[in-house]
Design a protein around this ligand. Structure first.
Ligand code: GDP
Length: 199
């Protein structure tokens, strides 16, 4: 695998002309059990597996989306479940990432607290990268806050408005999804892609 420069090289042109084939590294963060793996599986394979096992370590999947003007965006998705146990590897997960998707479960307030921790953590990593990578251009990470399990409305404990307020305060994009019903899953990646392809 070819190694890529971080920073501006978050988005790379495979063909070497017109920036038509973009690659976007995306890291998924959030408490265990919030549905990170299910979101990725729903997006990449169009499936929901309720027996999905908790991810150990990191898993990697990619999905290419075509835009109307013949541009393609290849999402390289790093599912970093269990990252607390692998804290030493964290900078590696973030290296070259253009997008961080921070997920919580709308039925579990503690997972929303944990999401806020990951937001702060991502900002810290971004700040460190900025110091390290000044010479290579902007290391900005596009951050999105995602409230998953939106199908469980009757068990909701995190009001959407609270999450929206928090996201706006932190300059993040916010959306609620359901990997189970597929609600907003494609929309989430479409929005991220739209923002990414403008970088
Ligand atoms: P991860 O540890 O964050 O990767 O979480 P998983 O993707 O392994 O999902 C944890 C559990 O939540 C699994 O039992 C899933 O079936 C369930 N789950 C994931 N997404 C949803 C969802 O949108 N709605 C509901 N009701 N359950 C979900």
């Amino acid at each position: 695998r070819n190694l890529r420069r971080p920073g501006l090289a978050n988005l790379e042109n495979d063909e070497g002309h017109d920036a038509k084939n973009l690659r976007v590294k995306l890291v998924l963060l959030g408490d265990s059990g919030v549905g990170k793996s299910c979101i990725v599986l729903r997006f990449v394979r169009g499936q929901f597996d309720s027996a999905s096992k908790v991810t150990v370590g990191a898993s990697f999947l990619s999905q290419t989306i075509a835009l109307h003007d013949s541009t393609t965006v290849r999402f390289e998705i790093w599912d970093t479940a269990g990252q607390e146990r692998y804290a030493a590897l964290a900078p590696l997960y973030y290296r070259g990432a253009a997008v961080a998707v921070i997920v919580y479960d709308i039925t579990r307030p503690e997972s929303f607290c944990k999401a806020q921790y990951w937001v702060k953590y991502s900002k810290m990593i971004e700040a460190i990268s900025f110091i390290e990578l000044q010479k290579h251009g902007s290391p900005d990470i596009l951050m999105a806050l995602v409230g998953n399990k939106a199908d469980l409305q009757e068990k909701r404990e995190v009001p959407a408005q609270d999450a929206l307020d928090y996201a706006e305060k932190n300059g993040m994009f916010f959306m609620e999804t359901s990997a189970k019903t597929s609600d907003n899953i494609n929309e989430l990646f479409e929005v991220l892609m739209t923002f990414s392809s403008f970088i």
